[in-house]
Design a protein around this ligand. Structure first.
Ligand code: NAD
Length: 394
């Protein structure tokens, strides 16, 4: 018999989850903010015969397993990840089932990233829901491939591990050799937050090293980083200097772990976000110092931003450092021009002026900021402002 699976929140994680858990299952996808035709377009990789898309809360009654893939953005006022949307649906699920006298305990699998405080809140649902926290570890740009071939599945729960194992076996075509690790909820929360915080720390470390080298005579930072990376204990990933760690997950997950360490006397983890903010401010200051808003002929300096994504291959500008930089410079009254064919029609960026032509963009800009460089920037090395150590390979 097909398992009736509901996916609540059909963004990147929801779509990847739909792709994996669609075997011997009837899927219903629910999203309030994203329109149904758009979701249907995003589902081209699935056999849509068994997939329904809805915006009706009846979804909470008619299914057995619920994946929650809702946003948990950082919220300044609580200094942590905001789980209000997620808990709203957990209460609703509990309430709907009570009102309609559905006494079976539904299974809830949370894929949204959780902060520590959520573990205590989840205790409340112990008697009404079987809760599993299965964090997602994919990197953006490769989410569909990586979710079909994860290195491991980490599952925090107090519910039955045996049930989840057989569910995965029945409803996915995942390789049977992929290790499944069952942990407490707290351990799973820490694994997810600590992995992203570790990557942020690594990025911050290489960025500080690059800033130090830039102030010295006789240090070619690509040489130093290249040689360090040859040691297999260090390796060569997450070591390319940039305008800072960014993206949807690294900054917010790092802030969340830093918040968990708030009352501890340690210094390292708390200071990783500070290192990133410090770098950002020093980049803005450097640009302002060497490129005044007005040029000697009285016209404004035109600053170009080459691509808004955080890294090569990422189509998600959420939390983009280049975007943050663009905003900071726009606030200082520079004339700003963005080149990014991927996002030029995105309504979220209607406050930015896009250049649709690469040649014109290169000509018009006095300075071009590029978090990541590529062949397109050949010929304008003298206008480039980047920390990408791959500079020589252009
Ligand atoms: N994107 C990543 O690389 C990634 C990786 C690992 C974990 N995560 C975590 O997974 C979670 C989801 O991330 P994502 O990248 O899929 O986000 P997303 O923004 O792509 O998707 C979230 C979806 O939820 C929907 N939504 C928002 N509010 C809603 C509401 N009130 N009711 C119903 N639907 C609503 C949105 O329309 C959107 O489609 C977050 O906690 C994130 O930290 C993301």
């Amino acid at each position: 018999m097909n398992v009736r699976i509901a996916i609540i929140g059909v963004g990147k994680v929801g779509l990847a989850t739909a792709q994996v858990y669609s075997h011997n299952a009837t899927l219903t996808l629910f999203d309030l903010k994203k329109r149904i035709p758009q979701i249907k377009r995003d589902l081209t990789h699935l056999n849509t015969a068994l997939v329904r898309v809805t915006s009706s809360e009846m979804i909470l009654l008619r299914n057995d397993v619920f994946f929650f893939c809702l946003p948990t953005d950082y919220n300044q006022s609580v200094s942590d990840l905001d789980t209000d949307i997620l808990f709203h649906y957990l209460y609703l699920l509990q309430e709907h089932r009570r009102l309609h006298q559905r006494y079976s305990k539904p299974t809830v699998i949370i894929r949204s990233t959780l902060p520590f405080y959520a573990v205590t809140k989840l205790e409340e649902f112990k008697n009404t829901l079987n809760v599993y926290y299965m964090p997602e570890f994919f990197t953006e740009g490769n989410e569909l491939e990586q979710s079909l071939k994860p290195n491991q599945l980490v599952i925090g729960t107090e519910a039955s591990g045996k049930w989840l194992k057989s569910f995965i076996k029945q409803c996915t075509t995942l390789d049977r050799n992929i290790p499944l690790y069952f942990t407490t909820l707290k351990e799973a929360v820490l694994v997810k937050l600590a992995m992203n915080t570790y990557l942020s720390m690594r990025i911050a470390f290489f960025n500080e090293l690059a800033s130090f080298a830039a102030d010295q005579d006789g240090i070619h930072i690509p040489t130093v980083i290249g040689l360090m990376g040859k040691d297999s204990r260090i390796g060569s990933r997450y070591n390319n200097p940039s305008f800072g760690f960014g993206g949807y997950c690294l900054p917010k997950d790092t802030l969340s772990l830093a918040n968990a360490f708030y009352s501890y006397n340690n210094v390292l983890i708390k200071n990783i976000p500070k290192s990133n903010d410090h770098l950002f401010q020093s980049i803005v200051d450097e640009i302002v110092r060497y490129h005044p808003i007005f040029k000697s002929d009285g016209t404004k300096t035109v600053i170009g931003v080459y691509k808004l994504g955080n890294k090569k291959g990422s189509d998600n500008p959420k939390g983009s450092v280049s975007l943050r930089l663009a905003k900071a410079l726009q606030d200082k009254d520079y004339e700003l021009l963005v080149y990014d064919p991927e996002h030029e029609k995105n309504k979220a960026f209607s406050h930015l002026t896009f250049s649709y032509e690469l040649i014109a963009f290169k000509e018009k800009c006095d300075l071009i900021l590029a978090n990541r460089i590529d062949q397109n920037l050949k010929g304008v090395e003298n206008k480039l402002f980047t920390r990408d150590a791959g500079l020589l390979d252009i």
